[in-house]
Design a protein around this ligand. Structure first.
Ligand SMILES: [Zn+2]
Length: 280
């Protein structure tokens, strides 16, 4: 079983719940993590899936060209990174369309969506229909556990088709001291690598897993943002200097690829399974 390696492509201040009006005055540092990630993927010959933020595409079209040239998969991550349960369905559709318009300039096919902060939970399940209506084939926004600000405890953690035809690839989660941890991001930086690895191996023994990271998690010297609450501050800055080393281990020890490759294999296996059931 492989890991779907995903990147939420945004700058260091875009995923910490700061209003977009403040973004303009903050130092742009996306290039630091961007080139480190591209280099890592080249080194391990991995094709990943990048969920692009519309605002980032506007500001750095060259980075998107570079990602596409390297053969990575592209997906949509909205325009301005809102929590979906804080906005209306109309506003969400607008967010998706703006992002799609920006991606369309690059002339690539894309089929996947990821919500900012994995913010599709009981308050925002309506978003899944809009994602489907806007032409996406798969979604990877649901955290099947308690992530404090979001999450759906008890949600089917396997890749599966939703009633509306959208394929859902929920974020992989592991238990740590009774809490639900996501496979990636701040959780990845926080946990000792060997613990993370053994939990991941357990998931991979019976299903595919999905891992996520942000470019800024490789930017060790990023400035401190003022006015963040203590929990966000902690998860944003904890062990930033461990990311690169841990990613090198992850990419050495596990087979990683993009989401679409895993989903097409999954679909093939489902078909074989159906055929088998039909014959017997
Ligand atoms: Zn994000």
């Amino acid at each position: 079983m492989k890991i779907a390696f995903t990147v939420d492509f945004e700058d260091w201040y875009q995923g910490v719940d700061l209003p977009m009006e403040r973004w303009g005055s903050i130092e742009k540092r996306l290039h630091i993590g961007h080139y480190k990630l591209l280099e890592l993927f080249q080194k391990y010959n991995v094709k990943a899936t990048y969920f692009l933020l519309g605002k980032t595409i506007e500001e750095h079209p060259r980075f998107i060209d570079e990602i596409i040239k390297e053969g990575h998969e592209i997906g949509c991550h909205t325009y301005s990174h809102p929590f979906l349960y804080r906005i209306t369905p109309e506003k969400f559709r607008e967010e998706i369309r703006k992002c799609k318009q920006l991606i369309n300039q690059f002339g690539v096919t894309y089929t996947g969506f990821r919500a900012p902060y994995f913010s599709i939970d009981q308050r925002s399940t309506w978003a899944l229909d809009i994602i489907r209506e806007e032409g996406f084939v798969y979604d990877t926004s649901i955290f099947p556990g308690d992530a404090k600000r979001t999450g759906m405890p008890g949600f089917n953690p396997k890749v599966h088709e939703l009633e509306n035809g959208l394929t859902e690839f929920p974020i992989s989660t592991i238990k740590f001291m009774g809490l639900d941890f996501g496979v990636g991001g701040g959780y990845f930086r926080l946990l000792p690598y060997n613990y993370f690895k053994s939990k991941l191996e357990k998931i991979l023994a019976h299903r595919s897993s999905i891992f996520y990271i942000h470019p800024w998690e490789l930017d060790v010297d990023q400035p401190k943002i003022s006015g963040l609450n203590s929990r966000i501050k902690f998860t944003h800055y904890v062990n930033l200097d461990s990311t690169e080393k841990k990613l090198n281990r992850l990419l050495t020890e596990f087979e990683c690829t993009n989401v679409s490759e895993i989903l097409s294999k999954h679909e093939y296996e489902q078909q074989q399974q159906n055929l088998y059931t039909y014959r017997n």
